[in-house]
Design a protein around this ligand. Structure first.
Ligand SMILES: *Cc1c(COP(=O)(O)O)cnc(C)c1O
Ligand SMILES: [Zn+2]
Length: 394
């Protein structure tokens, strides 16, 4: 079990026990020697564990995350403006990509022989951590903002974690939990264990395309944990000699809360907090992203961009996925597709380019504002035949 960490920015090293961030202030990630990594052809490990050679732990509890479908969504090409594939992360056991990082975090706590895991989250990560802690027999503490919807709390509560609804600033809560002297191992969204697990989504995408490489990967961004993991994967695969020309990374935010896109637009090297407004993309509304600056470095390094989209564009993308690809995703995932559409419209992505959009979370966890009255009709049983004919003949 390796505990050696490195800073992407200044190159300093640390260990997992030293602290959570580099002395320069930037986040750390695991120092992995990927030079000898090869695609694990014929490996029968479940899901993401096929990449255990580049992970800090080689197994975790419960149903293995990963191995999610990468679906070539031709039906959307014309509308979106490129050759589109979607990585359906909503098919992970708790319905989002967060399971990948959680599995590594929980696997680490199990190997270390300690009892507690914790996280700070609006929803998906808290749900994921609660479920995997239950599967591992660990005690679990999750810290959520007071405005977390009851339907999300109910999903978490099924796994019986300790749920704390914390009054105060969410960004501060994130940092304060990591600074605690405690036996609870916090696996928050950009911590090294989580980023290690979350890089496996990019390993899966690149392995599916090998020996080709997609032109671009687009994903929604909040803390920057997943974007950091994807960038890390690309760097490791370059080191391994499995890709030469990495895909451009496009990260997408909701315009109401877009600190990373703002810094990119303004040509800055550092992401600074913004005053976030309301958006339907609640899972990505982070006004002070802990890996914001690292995400900015990732998009610049790969020749991509950080952009933002309006809630109307997000609603359109959600409807397009639901009605054309049969995929129900949460607004925070649809943001990425809306971003690809905007980038194609602006000529930043060409119609013949292969673009993978990561659909980060399932749309089956909460209600949305679909007008069910307008979409249903009540009929009398005796009128069945006529009613069926009336729609068939139309
Ligand atoms: C957490 C989450 C994101 C954002 O991921 P970060 O790693 O925090 O940038 C995007 N979409 C969904 C569905 C999420 O749960
Ligand atoms: Zn550093």
């Amino acid at each position: 079990m390796t505990t050696s960490l490195r800073c992407y920015d200044c190159g300093r090293t640390a260990t997992l026990e030293d602290g959570k961030r580099c002395v320069c202030g930037e986040p750390l990630w695991f120092d992995v020697d990927a030079a000898n990594f090869e695609w694990p052809d014929g490996d029968t490990a479940e899901g993401m564990w096929r990449y255990r050679d580049v992970l800090p732990v080689s197994s975790g509890p419960g149903v293995a995350p990963g191995g999610t479908p990468l679906h070539r969504a031709e039906g959307l090409d014309a509308d979106v403006g490129c050759r589109l594939s979607v990585k359906v992360e909503g098919q992970n056991p708790t319905g989002s990509f967060k399971d990948r990082g959680t599995a590594v975090g929980v696997g680490y706590v199990l190997e270390a022989g300690t009892d507690w895991i914790g996280t700070v989250s609006h929803g998906n990560m808290a749900l994921s951590t609660s479920a995997y802690a239950a599967a591992a027999g660990l005690d679990c503490a999750v810290f959520v903002p007071t405005d977390t919807p009851a339907e999300r709390l109910e999903l978490m509560a099924r796994h019986e974690p300790h749920i704390f609804r914390v009054e105060g600033h969410y960004g501060q809560l994130y940092a304060d939990t990591l600074a605690l002297e405690t036996d609870v191992r916090f696996v928050n969204s950009d911590t090294p264990l989580r980023v290690a697990g979350q890089k496996t989504v990019a390993y899966e995408i690149l392995e599916a395309f090998a020996p080709d490489v997609p032109d671009a990967i687009a994903l929604p961004v909040s803390s920057g944990g997943q974007a950091s993991g994807v960038w890390k994967a690309l760097r490791e695969l370059e080191t391994a000699g499995l890709i030469d020309d990495p895909p451009r990374l496009y990260v997408v935010q909701a315009a109401a809360c877009d600190p990373i896109a703002t810094a990119f637009r303004e040509g800055r090297d550092e992401v600074t907090p913004v005053d976030g407004g309301d958006t339907i993309a609640v899972s990505i509304a982070n006004s002070d992203p802990p890996s914001g600056t690292r995400t900015l470095a990732a998009v610049r390094d790969t020749g991509g961009a950080a952009v933002s989209v309006t809630d109307d564009e997000t609603r359109d993308a959600m409807a397009l996925l639901a009605t054309t690809a049969g995929l129900s995703v949460e607004p925070s995932s649809a943001v990425a597709l809306a971003g690809v559409r905007a980038l194609a419209r602006d000529g930043e992505i060409d119609a013949d380019e292969e673009v993978v959009t990561i659909l980060t979370g399932s749309g089956y966890k909460e209600r949305f504002d679909t007008d069910v009255d307008a979409r249903t009709r009540t009929i009398a049983l005796e009128a069945l035949a006529d009613e069926v004919e009336s729609v068939v003949d139309r």
